[in-house]
Design a protein around this ligand. Structure first.
Ligand code: ZN
Length: 181
């Protein structure tokens, strides 16, 4: 198989095993030209599964697209790539087993949220806000409040006597003075 980085034709299989759900084989490969590593999957040729988008257009289910959405939500969060792949695998298997041949993008979004909610609250809220699951601002704010109780509290600034003027839910709180890295 051709190397995706340098297009060298000779790659070596380092490791080959079934995925947790036993529906595909994952192979770790190393390019013999540039020595970079990549992963390939071998799985059944699948029957068509169409995704109905909000504008009612249909497109073929694209697992890499779903994975990309999850990866974006999980950026800098403690959710591993294999956990992210496991979510997509479960969702795809579930949808294909339904045998309906068609699913709405909204249903996919809801499934992803169910999984993320159990794994990481921040990734969940990020994903949910992208998918506009929250129908109104107040519900979104409520969700943030609930989750805030489980995350690290706002950092107090001991070297500055003034009281905080309403610390908003800004993810990147300013670092204490003079401590920039
Ligand atoms: Zn290469």
């Amino acid at each position: 198989m051709k190397c995706p980085f340098c297009e060298h034709m000779d790659t070596r299989v380092l490791d080959s095993r079934e995925t947790d759900d036993n529906t595909s084989i994952r192979r770790r490969r190393e390019c013999q030209g540039c020595l970079r590593r990549f992963t390939t999957y071998e799985r059944y040729e699948e029957t068509s599964l169409k995704v109905v988008k909000k504008n009612t257009e249909r497109e073929e289910f694209d697992r890499s697209k779903v994975l990309r959405g999850i990866a974006n939500a999980c950026r800098k969060r403690p959710v591993t790539v294999s956990q992210q792949e496991a979510i997509v695998n479960s969702i795809e298997r579930d949808l294909r087993h339904r045998g309906e041949g068609e699913v709405s993008s909204r249903q996919i979004g809801e499934l992803v949220m169910q999984y993320l909610k159990g794994l990481d609250p921040v990734a969940y809220v990020r994903f949910a806000s992208v998918y506009k699951e929250f129908k109104d601002v107040s519900r979104f704010a409520d969700e943030l409040k609930t989750l805030a109780g489980r995350t690290v509290p706002a950092v107090a600034r001991p070297d500055e006597g003034r009281t905080a003027e309403v610390a908003t839910t800004n993810e990147s709180a300013p670092s204490p003075r003079g401590k920039r890295r």
